[in-house]
Design a binder for this molecule. Structure first.
Ligand code: C2E
Ligand code: CA
Ligand code: CA
Length: 737
């Protein structure tokens, strides 16, 4: 749920950021384009300004040069003839420059022109400025003569010899003519211009203008909307300061206005040129750009959405795949341990039994019958387990031959009945699949409520280890496990590697004697663990443990190498060598190329294998073709082989016929029979049989004189036991030699 909200949040944030970015981008583009429009507006305006100023100034200069001609200076303006003469010459000027008319105004204010009856202009600007000796250009006036049209009047004073104003020369200029100048093509014909004077009164406007209703723009612009007031204020201030600038106004559409002062000699009032363009121009321009931009964005957006959808889809698919992979056992296609834990955690609070299961001899089954058959057995076991499950119960293949189950039962008896049924089904498998026998072991942990499933499983596994060492049943409950012993064993296993590295393992030697002359025949190497605090740990505390966890392989090789090294030392000291037998555990024999490794070690130290007999217990070799092969290889390599602990447990005379061993070690339990007539018979015949097969006999655990003499009588070859010597540390053993 939390995940969904965080995703929605991220998505919304992404959308908001994109929208903001989009808006900013649009504003940026719009502003950039607006700036461009302003620049254009300014360019157009400055061109118009230049052209207008040129027109005004040249017209003024033309008039001024005419006014300074001698005929005009010297003429008698009271004389009708003179006036007529001047009007005639102005007629030529007027038609040459396409003025509407030209004329003169005499000092009494009467105007004489090329096409008009004399008229009184004494109240007009032409006269009022002219009589003061000033040139002038009027704003647009309506000329009522002929077709009414807008005109502007340019006037210059005509001065006499003494600079006195004698008359005023004027030309009437068609406003239309001005307008043509203002009509410079710009903005696809949408731009237009105004000329206003310093009060804001319109002097003239280009024909397309339609902006301002009344005569005065400073008054008319705010009439559209009061929003325009700040712009008009700026305009008013700038006009007073003779400055150029931009404003945008609503009239009623948005328009951009560039205003700039016009400078001309004849102007008595400042004129301003307004160049105007409707905002529509910008909108049209930007619309195309923004339209394309929007289309592009839409495409990008669609691509992103499609990619995102694709990503989510593949992610989901992969996740599903990974989930199945992570939760499925590749061999059984059923649940694996992770899945088991996962399902179990979901059941928290439910009580039941955690059952750990594995097989004895599975490694052997694999090596004898092949991995494929091994896999077949594992799958068949899985089928048995899963078919025995009730609803709500769980099972999983953990690894190799290890399984776990979570079963429910009202009583332990009921549970054991079910386990027994499963066990029986499993033990009949080898027959069906034609493989060697395997034995399942069950460790059970009863938990009233599931705290930590992993911890429960560990306990079940510990119980299973106990079951394996139990000879009466193939199951055990965790309650039976000696927790202190487990802790002790864990401590030993954990410190093993460091102990090997720090050479904490010592080799002790227990000599073997010839019974006849009671001289030393050899010795057996027996390991001891010297802890850093100086204490000594006897082998029974760690050998069985290391045999279970596989560390014995390392330890056996360590002892073997130590003995080789010692033999070499004795050799270099010039002592005569005795065979020092070394124990090889059954687990070591499973170890790949052990023969090669041991051969390499004796070669490294240059010791002949006859001085390194190997002691192997009988149970290691029974019914195991692979181990028998290894034993044969050891013999071929020249190692004498001692059958250790003969007489314990399953010892059988049948083994003897295998002829793998050259020496039989009678175990203490057999030696202890000496004194009992039946026991003595058993020993006697065993020794006889072994001897007939060409084997030597060594008796172990000999503690009493009478045992020695009995063994001597039955021609036992060597004797090892406390009677002669306990195992000795190196120094003491050397003293003995
Ligand atoms: P084992 O191979 O049967 O060794 C003989 C054991 O009998 C030794 O015990 C020895 O001290 C003990 N013993 C010898 N004579 C007498 C006697 O007269 N009376 C009594 N009561 N005991 C006697 P130890 O040294 O405690 O070793 C126990 C076992 O640990 C060995 O039994 C052997 O199976 C194993 N072990 C010792 N060293 C190694 C080793 O380097 N590798 C392997 N794989 N196992 C080893
Ligand atoms: Ca031994
Ligand atoms: Ca032994």
């Amino acid at each position: 749920m939390k995940k969904i909200w965080s995703r929605i949040l991220i998505l919304s944030l992404a959308i908001i950021i994109s929208v903001v970015a989009l808006i900013r981008c649009r504003i940026f583009i719009y502003n950039a384009m607006e700036e461009q429009v302003f620049d254009n507006l300014k360019d157009v305006s400055l061109q118009n300004k230049e052209s207008l100023e040129h027109e005004l100034n040249t017209t003024y200069e033309l008039l001024d040069s005419i006014a300074n001609q001698p005929v005009f200076i010297n003429a008698d303006y009271n004389s009708p003839e003179d006036r007529q003469m001047l009007i005639n010459s102005l007629q030529v000027l007027s038609s040459l420059y396409n003025y509407k008319r030209a004329g003169i105004v005499t000092t009494d204010g009467i105007c004489y022109s090329t096409d008009q009856a004399p008229a009184d202009l004494s109240g007009e600007d032409v006269y009022l400025y002219g009589i003061q000796g000033l040139p002038n250009i009027t704003g647009s006036l309506t000329d009522l003569l002929g077709t009414p049209e807008d005109i502007n009047v340019f006037s210059v004073p005509i001065r006499g010899k003494y600079s006195e104003v004698k008359a005023i020369l004027f030309v009437t200029y068609r406003t239309e003519h001005f307008n043509e100048r203002l009509n410079a093509e710009s903005f696809d014909g949408m731009g237009y211009s105004y000329i206003v004077d310093e009060d804001g009164t319109v002097v003239t406007e280009s024909p397309k203008s339609s902006m301002y209703g009344s005569e005065n723009v400073l008054e008319s612009i705010p009439e559209f909307t009061s929003d325009n007031l700040p712009a008009v204020e700026q305009l008013r201030v700038d006009m007073q300061l003779d400055k150029s600038g931009y404003i945008s106004v609503k009239t009623p559409e948005m328009r951009y206005v560039y205003y700039t002062p016009l400078k001309a000699t004849a102007l008595q009032k400042n004129w301003y040129l307004y160049t105007i363009v409707p905002a529509q121009v910008l909108d049209e321009k930007s619309e195309t750009v923004l339209y394309h931009m929007n289309r592009l964005l839409a495409v990008i957006f669609i691509v992103i959405v499609v990619l995102l959808a694709y990503f989510i889809w593949t992610y989901r698919k992969d996740e599903k795949k990974l989930r199945t992979l992570a939760f499925t056992d590749p061999l059984t296609k059923g649940d694996n341990y992770s899945c088991f834990l996962h399902k179990l955690k979901a059941k928290s609070g439910v009580s039941g039994y955690m059952v750990s299961l594995d097989l004895s001899e599975f490694k052997m089954l694999n090596s004898i019958c092949g991995i494929k058959t091994g896999d077949k057995v594992l799958k068949a076991i899985w089928n048995i387990l899963s078919s025995n499950l009730r609803p709500d119960e769980l099972a999983a293949h953990v690894a190799a031959d290890r399984y776990v189950m979570f079963l429910s039962a009202d009583t332990r008896e009921e549970l054991l009945e079910r386990i027994h049924a499963i066990s029986t089904q499993i033990t009949t498998l080898p027959e069906q699949l034609n493989t060697i026998q395997v034995q399942p072991y069950f460790g059970i942990y009863q938990n009233s409520n599931l705290g930590n499933p992993e911890e429960c499983y560990t306990r079940a596994v510990q119980a299973k280890k106990l079951a394996k060492s139990d000879t009466t049943k193939n199951w055990a409950f965790f309650d039976e496990v000696d927790v202190n012993k487990l802790a002790d064993e864990k401590q030993l296993s954990d410190s093993f590697e460091k102990a090997i590295h720090d050479c904490e393992f010592e080799v002790w030697y227990q000599p073997k004697y010839y019974p006849s002359d009671r001289t030393i025949a050899g010795a057996e190497a027996l390991v001891r663990w010297r802890k850093p605090d100086g204490s000594l740990i006897p082998p029974y505390r760690f050998i069985p443990l290391f045999e279970r966890n596989g560390m014995i392989v390392t330890l056996d090789e360590y002892v073997f190498r130590a003995v080789c090294k010692q033999q070499k030392q004795w050799l270099s000291e010039g002592r005569s060598l005795f065979p020092i037998s070394v124990n090889v555990s059954r687990a070591s024999l499973h170890y790949d190329n052990i023969v090669q490794r041991y051969t390499d070690i004796i070669n490294e130290y240059g010791i002949h294998p006859e001085f390194l007999p190997l002691e192997v217990t009988e149970s290691a070799t029974i019914n195991n073709a692979q181990i028998q092969g290894i034993m044969a290889d050891f013999r071929k390599a020249g190692f004498p082989l001692y059958l250790d602990d003969f007489g314990v447990g399953y010892s059988s005379l049948a083994t003897l016929s295998l002829m793998l061993f050259d020496t039989l070690k009678l175990d203490k339990s057999l030696v202890d029979f000496i004194g009992d007539s039946n026991g003595e018979k058993l020993i006697h015949y065993t020794v006889k049989l072994a001897k007939s097969l060409g084997m030597k006999i060594i008796a172990e655990g000999v503690e009493e004189e009478k045992q020695v003499s009995f063994l001597q009588d039955i021609r036992c070859d060597e004797i090892q036991g406390y009677f002669f010597s306990k195992p000795l540390p190196l120094g003491k053993f050397e003293d003995l030699l």
